[in-house]
Structure formats: C-alpha cells, structure tokens
Ligand binder design. Structure first.
Ligand code: URA
Length: 440
C-alpha cells in the first residue's frame, strides 16, 4: 500500500478511528523491515490499548501475524491433532498433565510453549528443569515425536509468527500487553500457525491474570474462539479462576514434581480437575464422546498409569532423564534451603493472592524480570494449604525452597502476610467459571 504514513494511522487510532486490514498489514510489515520505528509501533499500540481495537482489527491482525512466518504442517499425523493454550497463570502446570492425557487418549498434541515472564510461569522453564531435556526441536523432530508418543512440548522456532515475537517484546516493555484484541491476536496467531485442528484455550481471570474481571476474560475468550472458528478450526475456551495459585507447586522443578506425583495416583485437587476439563473438552470437540464421557475415560487413563507412561516417553524422546517419572525428588534439582511457613493462628484459609505469590516465587529466582534472564530451576514455593482449608496454629501453610537462608527468611515473612486466615470458611469458588463455544 503506497502513500500511507505511520503518523496518519497513529493519529486515526488516537482519535478513536479504525484501521483496515491493509493498513494494519502495512504497519506491521513496516515494523519488521524497520521502516516503522519502535516509537511509532508503541504509539499505535498504546492508542489501541486506550481506545480499544475492534474485533475486526483483532481478526485482521491475527492473519497478518500468521502470514509473517511459517506454519507447522501436521498433515502427516494420523490425528486428531489438538493444542491448548493458557493466557498465563501461577502454579499452572496444566500442560504437563493435559499433553500426556490426550496422547494416552489417542490424540497428538504438538505444543509450542513460552517461557515465564513477570509473575507467571512458563512451561519451557519447567520442562528444562528435567536434566537433559531439550526444547529446541526442529519441525520434523516435533512431528516425529508427536507421531511416536502422541505429545511433544517445545519452543516456538524463530520462523513461526516472527511478527508476534517482535510485537510481544515491545508490548512487554511499553505497558501494552493488556488489550483483549492484542492478546487474542497474539495467542491465536500462534495456535493457527501451530497447525492443530482442535484448540482449547484456558483464559484466566482474577488477581493473577492479565484479565482481572470475568467480563473482560469472557470477551477475550469469545474473541479467541471466534478467530479460531473463523479460521476453520474447532475451538473452545474455558474461563478459569486465577485468584489463587492453581497448583501447590510454584517454581519450575516443583511444578514438574507435582505433575509427576499427581499422575502417579488417581486425579485429585484443582490442578488435576482443570487438566481433566481441558483434556476432555479437547477430546470431545475433536470428535469424541460428550465431555462427561471423555472426562471419565481420561480419568481412567490417568488412574491406570497410561498418562504417566506418555509423559515418561515424551521426556525420553526430548532427551530428558525418564527416571524423573519414577523418582522425581532424586532426579530434579533441589534447593539447598527449605523453610516452613507456619500459620500464626487457626482458622480457614480465606484468600491467597496468586499474583503476589507468583512474584515471591520469582523473587526467589524461579522467574525472570527481563526476557533472557536465567531462572533457577530448584527454587520456589510449595503450598501446603489452599483457600477453604482448615488450618491449626503452627501448621505449615507452605514450604519455601530457596538458595539461601536469607532469601527464605524474607520470602517466608511476606508469604505469611499474604495468607488471609479467617474464623469462617470462605464460599467455595469453582475453577471453571464459564465455557465459551465448543461441546457441552
Ligand atoms: N500470551 C500470549 O501469547 N500473548 C499475549 O499477548 C498474552 C499472553
């Protein structure tokens, strides 16, 4: 498109106008070839965050991001090919459970995951706490492992949606992440380029999520599903609670250990429940039975060890030590200092804000403040109580896994303040708050 000027398009967005698909494409391509500057792109993004991008702009932007790079070709797999994505949470180890579950159920999941940023954890960091495990797999390796094992989780290659990579890095440092249209186009471009026929999205809402209100999360979920269905995929979204951490491990090796320990026994607890819901939604949408019947089938595959076996095969195929699925505590790195955090008084745990707990785990070294920072695989927080639990004075609420006694002391004091312990039990809050699209 000739004759366009970046400043005119920025001005239109500033004045609450809309951009066409052609104009957005021109702007993004210009950013990639550096004829549009960081400052101009940041100004457009901020104008859009403040004034809102329309759903049409979100759809157009998704197509532009997908077209900026390669697409995975999963047509050689027998299928069904499935994929999942979470908008980011704390203690959210669902991928480590959903991937082997759907593989055990006969699907193939090729998941391109990200690293943790800010208070949220990232699946790649968690997996890389397993000695030897590689996440830098080439497309032919991904397809081969998915064909043999049924699941593979790796890093996104530089050639897949490069425009999202560039935009996300800029959004991260310019306060322009929290826009439904930008999040939807970022998430869905990666899912569409990832090639799976069936997609489930876990859109988090609450204190530890990008979308802090249920209304905003439902809008984001609807937009993502609309974009997926519009692109010819089967797509559903669960809007789920992120007011408290999902699992009990918050930290890389701690979350792997939790996943292995959970898969070694019958499913129980919020993390297991949500993982079953996500996996059952995928299998039902991919042409299986109704969600409840798929849930039962998956719970059976979990209880009889079939899902743990798939996880072990996936770890081995990616070069990791498969013994992690038999002796996780021996194989995974352990922090030198452990310190209990004990309840000061008895009562019921009424609140535990996810974001602050994620930040504390990050402060121990489990997360990164800036892209590219190293993470410490061994450190983090192991919760021993969650919202609704009755606790006695002196009972451990959590265990801090730290590099030094000083780190452990500081985090223990802060974590104790984060636990609200009340005289009366809190009203239980479901994990799945809403379903958008897909099977019932
Ligand atoms: N996750 C993504 O992949 N992109 C976003 O914009 C936000 C969360």
């Amino acid at each position: 498109m000739s004759g366009l000027r970046a400043s005119d398009l920025i001005g239109r967005k500033r004045d609450r106008g809309t951009l066409t698909a052609g104009e957005l494409g021109w702007f993004v391509r210009g950013y990639l070839d550096e004829s549009v500057s960081d400052g101009q792109m940041a100004a457009l993004l901020m104008a859009g965050v403040l004034n809102g991008f329309t759903d049409d702009e979100a759809r157009a932007l998704t197509g532009i991001l997908v077209d900026s790079g390669d697409r995975m070709d999963l047509s050689g797999l027998p299928g069904p090919t499935v994929d999942k994505h979470s908008t980011g949470g704390v203690g959210d180890g669902t991928t480590l459970l959903v991937a082997p579950l759907v593989a055990a159920a006969g699907a193939q999941l090729v998941k391109l995951s990200g690293r943790g940023l800010g208070h949220t954890g990232g699946t790649l960091d968690k997996l890389e706490s397993i000695p030897g495990l590689r996440t830098d797999l080439q497309p032919d390796e991904l397809v081969a492992i998915a064909g043999e094992v049924g699941c593979v989780v790796a890093a996104q290659s530089d050639r897949l949606v490069p425009a999202d990579r560039a935009l996300y890095a800029l959004r991260d440092v310019t306060g322009t992440v929290g826009s439904p249209a930008l999040i939807a186009s970022s998430v869905m471009s990666k899912k569409l380029a990832g090639g799976a026929e069936t997609i489930v999205l876990d859109v988090k809402t609450g204190d530890g999520a990008f979308m802090d209100t249920l209304e905003a999360a439902v809008h984001l979920a609807e937009l993502c599903v609309d974009i997926g269905v519009g692109a010819g995929r089967r797509c559903t979204a669960l809007v789920t609670d992120m007011d408290q951490p999902l699992g009990r491990g918050i930290g890389n090796a701690l979350e792997v250990r939790e996943a292995v320990e959970l898969l070694s026994v019958a499913p129980a607890g919020r993390l297991a429940d949500l993982s079953l819901d996500l996996a059952a939604s995928l299998m039902a949408l991919a042409g299986g039975r109704e969600i409840d019947a798929e849930r039962k089938r998956l719970a059976g595959l979990w209880a009889d060890g079939a899902a743990l076996d798939r996880l072990q095969r996936m770890v081995a195929a990616q070069g990791g030590d498969p013994a992690v699925c038999e002796r996780p505590s021996e194989v995974l790195p352990a922090a030198p200092v452990r310190r209990d955090v004990e309840a000061a008084a008895g009562g019921y745990v009424a609140a535990l804000p996810a974001r602050a707990v994620g930040e504390l785990s990050g402060a121990l070294g489990a997360g990164r403040a800036r892209k590219g920072d190293p993470v410490d695989p061994a450190v983090g927080i192991e919760l021993r109580a969650e919202v609704g639990d009755r606790v006695a004075a002196g009972q451990p609420l959590a265990v801090i896994h730290a590099r030094s006694a000083e780190d452990a002391e500081q985090v223990a004091a802060r974590l104790l303040e984060l636990f609200t312990v009340a005289d009366e039990p809190a009203e239980p809050r479901p994990t799945v708050l809403r379903r958008v699209g897909g099977p019932r």
